[in-house]
Design a protein around this ligand. Structure first.
Ligand SMILES: [Zn+2]
Length: 326
């Protein structure tokens, strides 16, 4: 997400001393009720995070060898969980970037003869900024929160629907490249799918979901909260206040700063980003310190486990109930 760095610095300085996720917090993440265990858990999330945000991938800059390693990992992942390539292959080569870069796009076709022709696109960017000015000899911006967290959340959702195919409407899972270069991957894919007249119902993007917010009566916020009734519909299906409104997100116009926005522009359908970065809970945005071991795997697992049933109900509702507000 392209956020004005001074905005982050200002709010962080004001709002919190230490943003370290204490060991105790991670260890104490609430045990998931047995029924949800089948979706994902902290251990799985940790394993995926320790690969995607490892030094080996050198911060996954678009066009780099490091992101190529991430692309292969994601491809194998989608393949192993019966998520089909949306195009000929999973790789959707960008034409709007100077170096070779790929979105990775898979699909789980709906199981309803009519509703399968309606599509929900679930996305996250898997690139980051690569290597930057060294701090204490560390020059790799590992991009754990930005955005290995969102990437892993989307992959775990893809795994669930690939394995269970409980969705009546079709689900596209898209991992975007070159977001850090100006939303280039999502701009390219949105334009291409529009030209192909995709019947897109809604776009759900996941960005920086690695650490929990404090003192909020909701678990995740969406950007562009007032643009549609997505939060209301999500909370109805979650049977709790899962999705909320973050005033700062509106203040900094985050709605236009992540991969949901090109889909808003091309399709004019409800397109929002789910996020748990609130400018106060994480000090390592676009820094070398954005490391895997600062992520709260229990929190990430809880978010995925609570979001999957919501997406399932949205995908299976008789009508398209998520609508843009006038
Ligand atoms: Zn990002």
């Amino acid at each position: 997400m392209k956020i004005l760095c001074f905005a982050v610095a200002t709010l962080l300085a004001v709002n919190c001393g230490s943003t370290q996720v204490s060991e105790s917090t991670k260890m104490e993440s609430p045990a998931l009720p047995a029924s949800e265990e089948s979706f994902t858990n902290a251990q799985r999330i940790g394993e995926m995070m320790n690969y995607l945000a490892s030094n080996d991938l050198k911060g996954r800059e678009a066009g780099s060898e490091g992101i190529e390693m991430a692309a292969r990992y994601i491809e194998n992942y989608l393949k192993s969980y019966r998520v089909q390539p949306y195009f000929e292959t999973y790789r959707d080569t960008l034409s709007n970037f100077k170096n070779i870069a790929y979105n990775l796009v898979g699909v789980v076709e709906g199981n309803d003869p009519i509703l399968k022709d309606e599509f929900i696109l679930i996305g996250a960017h898997y690139d980051h900024i690569g290597t930057i000015n060294p701090e204490n000899g560390d020059y790799i911006a590992n991009g754990a929160n930005d955005n290995a967290s969102g990437t892993i959340s989307v992959l775990e959702m893809a795994r669930y629907f690939g394995a269970h195919n409980t969705n009546k409407r079709s689900l596209i899972f898209a991992l975007f490249s070159a977001e850090e270069k100006g939303l280039l991957g999502s701009k390219y894919l949105a334009k291409k799918l529009k030209e192909q007249e995709l019947n897109l119902y809604t776009m759900l993007n996941f960005e920086m979901t690695g650490v929990p917010m404090k003192d909020k009566d909701y678990l995740v916020y969406i950007t562009g909260y007032e643009m549609s009734n997505l939060a209301e519909v999500s909370n109805k299906y979650a049977e709790e206040n899962l999705v909320g409104f973050l005033p700062t997100a509106k203040e900094f116009n985050l709605y236009q700063r992540s991969d949901n926005y090109p889909f808003h522009e091309e399709f004019g359908v409800p397109s929002h980003t789910f996020c748990t970065f609130d400018f106060t809970n994480y000090a390592f945005y676009h820094k070398v310190g954005d490391e895997a071991d600062l992520m709260d795997y229990g929190h990430m697992a809880t978010l995925v486990n609570k979001t999957i049933p919501v997406i399932e109900d949205i995908a299976n509702a008789a009508n398209q109930e998520i609508k843009l507000n006038n």
